[in-house]
Design a protein around this ligand. Sequence first.
Ligand SMILES: NCc1[nH]cc(CCC(=O)O)c1CC(=O)O
Length: 321
Amino acid sequence: MPQPVRVGTRASQLALTQTGHVADALTRLGAGPHELVRVRTDGDRLTGSLTSLGGTGVFVTALRDALLDGRCDVAVHSFKDLPTADADGLVVAAVPPREDPRDALCARDGLTLATLPVGASVGTGSPRRAAQLLAARPDLRVVDIRGNVDTRLARALGEAADLDAVVLARAGLARLGRLDAITDTLPTDVMTPAPAQGALAVEVRAEVIGSGSPLALALAALDDQGTRLAVLAERALLARLEAGCAAPVGAYGHLAEGTLTLSTVVLRPDGTERLLLDGSTPLTGDPVADAAEATALGERLAADLLADGAADLAGLGGPGA
Ligand SMILES: NCc1[nH]cc(CCC(=O)O)c1CC(=O)O
């Protein structure tokens, strides 16, 4: 009997659900049986605001340690939670097809972004969402919240709701079977998603790749090239801006008719000013050349945004930068 593939996951309902889907897919694609290994992360344990936790990587480090220690063979991350710096000895071996990357308003009484009353309170822990909410509706009162998806939904929809609405990623709600809570799916030009939102990253130790093992073959089959390229461009922008996941920066890559288009936004945290920039590049179908093109597109737009004052506007790169 082969040893089961050990798939590491955070213990949250969202993580368990999305990891379960990936593990099932790997087994279906020939990787053999699997078991889930629960890993506790600082992001789950601590309750301070995301920004005060230092943002980048709090959800990821413990899973990566478990991979490197050999406690698991595969780790499934929400791609937008993955720092842009590569981890030594690890590779993203598969990027499964992306879910809808848009953000969603979940409001009381079926309200939408357009129909929320003047001064309504909207909860989000994300500076990117906060700034774009305020850019669209300067009258709103944005409240810093965190917690898992159910906790956040309860702030607007529960018995003891204290907010008019919250904003969450549609993808997370879809994976949890809670699309019913959405009262307004926000278009990407009003609320540009976070880089890699809606995508998953399946990470393994580097030696797994090219080993020809059943797991390596299943990972290759799970990979979606279109999603990989879109996310590559989005994350290249983020890296070049030296912006973490807590920065007021949005980026959305999409493929159509052999062209990769990247739509980006950088905002002042209070939403009073923003830079919007789109760019595109033709693709050839060659994975290596296209990956280089996607990366170059993200870096080019980032350089243009920096030249237009993005770092000062969004407070990127730390104090004084
Ligand atoms: N920052 C938390 C987080 N990380 C991934 C998701 C789910 C959506 C996704 O996979 O992109 C969420 C929840 C949210 O933003 O509402």
